[in-house]
Design a protein. Structure first.
Length: 296
């Protein structure tokens, strides 16, 4: 997430980007009725007619439930990732997109139409967790940086991408929990955060314009203002504030902002990061113009 967090859940825009680290999901048909999931999170075995919907494979389980009546046999479903699930790079959405895609390819022998793949996957995620903008899903499907609304709708897409730096706080508060905290605060706000969300939306639109102009310095300045709005929203804790201060002191970083719902997770910087000699973890990563794809 680059801009628009929380406001995107209230009919505003978000700016979201795909990264160059990937998840890989594959299917190998079996000659029995078993579905076996293989993952770094563990292994799960079930009947193709009785899908287990419990965590940590609840999104995968929901996708398999959608198609279980047309599975003709069991299969092994393997999930691998270039990065750990707890870093908060939208891994749940990426795995959901890849699982939805590989199931549809297996059943139809055709790569799915991307807009339908996005909407099908967002429908699953919202059914499982009750709420979600779908922005991470859109980025995983299309790649690049997207100006997005939760209808779901992609307003614009950029493939000329700025250099970024990402620093992980070492922990992540689950997004639904952060949303719940913010929503409770919003109920006690005089205007229901309407003014704040309008300012966040204006910042998101300004960031999109800087991307359109390939003006990375202006993008960084916009993100600095967006960080102030995230602080006003109450989702910048002490660790995130310390990371922001450290990164803002680096000559090759032109702007910083919380990336994601806040209260942990990552801070995004525009530019190249210097070596950090401290307790926080630098995640070596780049933005990518490529979304979901099929590999033979």
């Amino acid at each position: 997430m680059i801009a628009g967090e929380h406001a995107v859940l209230h009919k505003k825009h978000a700016l979201v980007g795909a990264v160059n680290q990937r998840v890989y999901v594959s299917i190998e048909p079996r000659d029995d009725d078993l579905i076996i999931i293989h993952s770094s999170l563990g292994e799960r075995q079930m009947s193709r007619k009785q899908i287990d919907l419990s965590k940590p494979f609840h999104f995968i389980g929901a996708i398999l439930t959608k198609y279980r009546d047309i599975f003709e046999c069991g299969f092994d479903l393997s999930v691998k990732a270039d990065f750990p699930a707890d870093v908060g790079l939208g891994s749940s959405s990426a795995i959901s997109v890849a699982t939805m895609a590989v199931v549809q390819i297996w059943l139809t022998d055709n790569f799915p139409e991307r807009d339908k793949l996005m909407k099908d996957t967002i429908e699953i995620i919202r059914a499982v967790q009750g709420r979600g903008s779908g922005a991470d899903v859109a980025a995983a499907v299309y790649g690049g940086i997207l100006l997005y609304k939760a209808t779901p709708e992609i307003i614009s897409r950029h493939v000329d991408l700025p250099p970024i730096a990402l620093v992980y706080a070492g922990y992540k508060t689950p997004t639904p929990k952060v949303i719940k905290i913010v929503e409770q605060q919003r109920k006690h706000s005089a205007d229901g955060y309407e003014n704040l969300y309008n300012r966040i939306d204006a910042s998101t639109i300004a960031a999109n314009e800087a991307l359109r102009n390939k003006d990375w310095r202006s993008l960084g300045l916009v993100l600095n203002k967006g960080q102030i709005l995230m602080e006003e929203l109450g989702v910048c804790d002490d660790a995130l504030a310390e990371i922001v201060a450290i990164m803002n002191g680096m000559p090759n970083i032109v702007g910083t902002k919380i990336s994601g719902s806040g209260l942990g997770d990552c801070v995004l910087g525009i530019g190249k990061i210097d070596d950090i000699d401290c307790k926080y973890k630098v995640i070596p990563i780049e933005l990518s113009p490529h979304g979901v794809k099929q590999e033979k």
